[in-house]
Design a protein around this ligand. Structure first.
Ligand code: ASP
Ligand code: MG
Length: 425
């Protein structure tokens, strides 16, 4: 019986009842002979509420102070959880990210973990305690200031601790039963995936699937830490994310041709209209965007209209970066040379992900057929070895996701996708 790291999200510890339920589950694991480290998020929507509060006193809160404020959320849940466990007659100690040895760079609000030195956690475990760790936070190596890892960062804390402590598994407890073939909030007939490779999971996360953060999966793949995503409400087997299939009982788990359909409505499209069709133009546009520290997603340049010698270049980016991108391009309009800019935030992206598409030639055709049968118009297309993505009108997204899900035979016979909690905020 080895060491397990368990992570509980905000919806699992939303209130006192939730905290008591989670405490029982942790004690179960301990009774089964495991050493247990539990990483917790802030209760319910606490983080959002703290951000709202900060914005009431200052429209652009100072990064250092915002981090100090937000880390309070996880401190509340970790202390309450330790108390609840003690109340069940077991020993537990809570630790802040800094005490747990989560060392980061000094970029406030989206720090990266650069090292984990969990000496105190190890000691506490060796003394027989259950260790509770505040997720989503660390301490900067340079400034010694408290940092946070970006929204949803507790998953990354859990995987990083699992790697540093050489855990058997990192269990991520959430408000659904695992990773589904589509967002169960959109597709009632989404099916739970028993096993998925790190590669497919990374593509799903990059394509808008919210169940696991991209950074967390990246970390798990780098250190080869198997992740088990499951519900803290149901106790069912969830989804294993690992390099090789993990068999469940006598069930032979295999690589699926298609892992799932992801969607994302958080992006916008910028079109640079009337760009001279000559070398160096795309470079100038995307240098401008890069200098503004904006990450872009898809890019297309349409066929130049021969008569004018001009072309249009469109790209997608997070809506939150839209203003910045437009300002940066406008500022450099003279040097880049274009007619005008168009901004469209009513778009959505639908992606089909699966390693099997490398060896199954019909996948792309079937994908486009499903979209056309559903009457969905495609505006942009991009592909990787194991993914096809299209941009459509935002309003078409739910229908398109369902159509593609059905077309690839992913629908389950029953409505097995249960959403147990969370406000989806
Ligand atoms: N409480 C933080 C958030 O809501 C971190 C997390 O939940 O993982 O983003
Ligand atoms: Mg949260």
């Amino acid at each position: 019986m080895g060491l397990v790291v368990q992570k509980y999200g905000g919806s699992s510890v939303a209130d006192a009842e939730g905290i008591k339920r989670v405490a029982k589950r942790i004690v179960e694991a301990k009774k089964n002979g495991h050493q247990v480290v539990a990483v917790v998020s802030a209760m319910g929507d606490t983080t959002d509420e703290l951000i709202d509060l900060a914005e009431q006193v200052s429209p652009i809160p100072a990064g250092r102070e915002l981090d100090m404020l937000l880390t309070a959320g996880e401190r509340i849940s970790m202390a309450l959880l330790a108390m609840a466990i003690k109340n069940l007659g077991h020993e537990a100690q809570s630790f802040t990210g800094s005490q747990a040895g989560v060392i980061t760079d000094s970029v406030h609000n989206k720090a990266r973990i650069i090292d984990v030195t969990p000496g105190r956690i190890r000691e506490s475990l060796d003394e027989g305690n259950i260790a509770i760790v505040a997720g989503f936070q660390g301490v900067s190596q340079d400034t010694k200031d408290i940092t946070t890892l970006g929204r949803g960062g507790s998953d990354t804390t859990a995987v990083a601790l699992a790697a540093a402590l050489d855990a058997e598994v990192c269990e991520i407890y959430t408000d659904v039963d695992g990773v589904f073939t589509a967002d169960p909030r959109v597709v009632k007939k989404a099916r739970k995936i028993d096993w998925i490779s790190f590669e497919d999971m990374l593509e799903l996360a990059a394509s808008g699937s919210k169940v696991l953060l991209h950074r967390c999966v990246e970390y798990a793949r780098r250190y080869n830490i198997p992740i088990h995503v499951r519900s803290s409400f149901s106790g069912l087997q969830g989804t294993w994310v690992s390099s090789e299939p993990i068999n469940q009982g006598d069930k032979q788990v295999e690589q699926a041709i298609i892992s799932g359909v992801a969607h994302d409505t958080s992006e916008a499209k910028v079109t640079v209209v009337g760009v001279p069709d000559k070398p160096g133009e795309a470079a100038a546009i995307f240098r401008t965007i890069a200098d503004a520290e904006i990450n872009i997603d898809m890019v297309v340049q349409n066929v130049s209209a021969a008569a004018t010698g001009l072309t249009d270049i469109s790209f997608t980016l997070p809506k939150t970066e839209g203003r910045k991108a437009i300002d940066a391009l406008e500022k450099n309009k003279g040097t880049i040379g274009f007619d005008s800019l168009r901004y469209d935030d009513q778009i959505g992206k639908i992606s089909l992900v699966g390693a099997g598409m490398k060896t199954n030639p019909g996948v792309t055709a079937d994908f486009f057929t499903a979209l056309s049968d559903a009457g969905v118009n495609i505006e942009l297309i991009s592909t990787s070895e194991i993914r096809i993505s299209v941009v459509t009108r935002k309003d078409d997204v739910p229908e398109a996701v369902r159509a593609v899900h059905t077309a690839f035979g992913l629908d389950s016979d029953s409505d097995e996708a249960v959403v147990y909690g969370g406000t989806g905020r």
